[in-house]
Design a binder for this molecule. Sequence first.
Ligand code: E4P
Length: 217
Amino acid sequence: MKFFVDTADVDAIRELAELGMADGVTTNPSLILKSGRDILEVTREICGIVEGPVSAEVVATAAPKMIEEGRKLAQIAPNIAVKVPLTWDGLKACKTLTGEGHMVNVTLCFSAAQAILAAKAGATFVSPFVGRLDDINLDGMDLIADIRAIYDNYGFETQILAASIRSVNHVTEAAKIGADVVTAPPGVLKQMAAHPLTDKGLATFLADWEKTGQKIL
Ligand code: E4P
């Protein structure tokens, strides 16, 4: 399973990349806003930190302008994945941009039907938003499972990029289902290391070690 980091915070990306925990990065207009930085500048910096795909999102809503924006974003670096919304125009842009050899991430996917269209349009990635479905009392993980089953039925090569990940459980559930990639905020990825029994066990070991009076260094 690949880990993408869902942020435009370069320090957080760098820390995870140094540990081999950042196979790619996803950004969106809200994350660019949060970074307080220029989209082209920050995206270029991110592309220099990670070798894998870095998603940068178009903001036009009509296909011709999305395609123009996508071409401009793709010029930033060879590892850019142009992110387009899962609308009819987004699918047109996806088809054109993948035809030109660019990676495309079709985002804001909320149904299996939409995911089928993304695959048919040649998307490199489809991003089903788990957390936002949970927010409206649906089960986001059911969508990941449905898309996995459908893509496997037909051998679609589009990678399932589980997005809107809000918890460690989301990551493990997506992994169990077989999502190709999970994109999660840095805090969630770091939280995966935490377990109360680890903390408790470590405290006991350290207390006992203290009693031995020994030193390793
Ligand atoms: C995915 O690419 C999006 O950037 C992201 O996962 C959205 O997450 P949110 O629903 O927590 O904003």
